[in-house]
Each structure stands twice: as C-alpha cells, then as structure tokens.
Ligand binder design. Structure first.
Ligand code: FPP
Length: 243
C-alpha cells in the first residue's frame, strides 16, 4: 500500500502525531445492521486493523500505534463472543501479524497476559521477539488491558522492587506501565460514535487530542485516518500553558 500524496503534502508543512491510539469500536453494531452475528463484525474489524496498521506505517512521522483489542471488562461479554475474539487473536498471531512483521512493523502486546493460556502467550512472546529487529512502526495490541489495572500493577511492581512509595515520581510510574520507554499518544481516535475513554491508556492520554467519528470500525479506511491526521495538524496543543 502506498501513502496518498494528499496526506504527505500536508505532513510536510505541519505536525504529525508521533503516537496514534485507536479504540476499535462499532464492530457489533456494524454486524447487527447487516443481520450478522456480532462476531462477524470482529472478524472484519481485525482485517481493518491490519490495513490501518500498514497504512500508518507509511506515514512519515508516525512511529507508534496502540489499538484496544480486548479490555479487562470485555470478559463479561457472552461466552461465544469472547471465544471468537480469542480465536481471531490466535488466528492473527499465525497469519496477519506475521505479514505485519514482513512490512517492517514491530509488535508489542500490552496488558495482563498472565490470564491467557500458555500457547497463546508463547505466540505473543514469539511475535514480539521476531519483530524486535524491524525498524518500522511500533504496534501495541492491548489485550486484557485496563488503564486502572495497569496503574495498579505499576504501583504493585514498585512496591515489590522495594521502592520508597512515599517518594514516587511521575517518571517512576511511567516507567512501570506496559508502555514503558514509549512516548505518550498524541492523537486518540475513537470510531463508533461513543465519546468516552473506556479505561484505555488513562495515564498516557493526559495530553492527547481526542478525535471522535460516527464511522464504525469495520467501515474505517485510509480516508478516515487522513481526516483525523489533518484535524490533528490544526490543533494547538498548550499542555496547560497559555500559548
Ligand atoms: C469493540 O466493538 C471491539 C472490541 C471489543 C473487540 C475488538 C477486536 C477486534 C477488532 C478483533 C481482534 C483484534 C485483533 C488486533 C486481531 P464492540 O463490539 O463494542 O461494538 P459495538 O459497540 O458496536 O457493540
């Protein structure tokens, strides 16, 4: 896939988001509108994830993508839906994830991975190792991820390391999150019409710009990414200051 000249022209003159985060929402409604099972929406949604990751990898200046694939709260969904999302993830480990690596993408899995069975966890670790030598876009796939859970785990880790918790700094917390060593997201994109964070990257999104669109995730394309990036380029980020 090649970058579209329009977005490249714009990017030459303005600010590109270094880290883009996406809540891939609307799969269920997309399927329902077509009288299909919700799982059909997740299936198309996972293809769209691959397409969008590849596309972002071609945009100069974009270095990180974090997608919300499965939250700590999603386990309460109907058992067959949870099973299908796990199956899709597993399938993706074997197919599309490898093709992403061929496209020079670096894969990371964020979240409490201890709940997954050994086989699935081993695949995640292997894919991470396999992609360590690549030099392109970092793609974080958040699975069994919750922002509150992540911050709680960071505090537990610091306590286990024997750190003095009365003297903890923001940098200490940042370096104990799943995203340790990575820059915070600059742009959060939420398709699907809802305007909420849903426990995603609570710490890291402090100064991100939020872009909401009614387009459902399975209908998402390169065009919507271009629109979000152009919108981002027009934002004035003040980080609490006045200028
Ligand atoms: C939100 O839509 C989507 C999810 C909870 C799951 C997202 C999972 C995938 C796209 C597939 C697996 C991912 C990868 C990376 C292979 P929703 O079900 O809440 O939609 P709704 O709001 O319309 O009900």
């Amino acid at each position: 896939m090649t970058s579209r000249s329009g977005i490249l022209n714009i990017m030459e003159h303005s600010i590109t988001p270094r880290h883009v985060a996406i809540i891939m929402d609307g799969n269920g409604r997309w399927a329902k509108k077509r009288l299909l099972p919700r799982t059909a929406g997740h299936s198309v949604g996972s293809e769209v994830f691959r397409k969008i990751a590849e596309y972002l990898g071609t945009i100069p200046g974009v270095e990180y993508l974090t997608v919300y694939a499965f939250s700590t709260e999603n386990w309460s969904r109907p058992a067959d839906e949870v099973k299908e999302i796990m199956r899709l993830l597993d399938h993706y480990m074997d197919t599309a994830m490898k093709s992403l690596i061929e496209k020079n993408i670096r894969l990371h899995f964020l979240g409490d991975l201890s709940v997954f069975d050994d086989k699935l966890r081993a695949k995640m670790e292997k894919l991470h190792e396999m992609s360590e030598h690549t030099t392109g876009l970092h793609v974080n796939v958040a699975v069994n991820y919750g922002g509150r859970d992540e911050i709680t785990n960071a505090i537990r880790s610091m306590a286990k390391e024997g750190m003095d918790l009365t003297a903890v700094t923001q940098e200490d917390i940042t370096s104990h999150l799943y995203t340790a060593g990575q820059p915070d997201p600059d742009l959060l994109i939420r398709p699907g019409g809802e305007k909420r964070l849903s426990n995603f990257l609570l710490w890291q999104l402090s100064y991100a710009e939020f872009y909401f669109t009614d387009v459902l995730w399975p209908d998402f394309s390169e065009k919507e990414i271009d629109e979000a990036i152009v919108w981002f380029a027009g934002r004035k980020r003040r980080y609490g200051n006045v200028k």
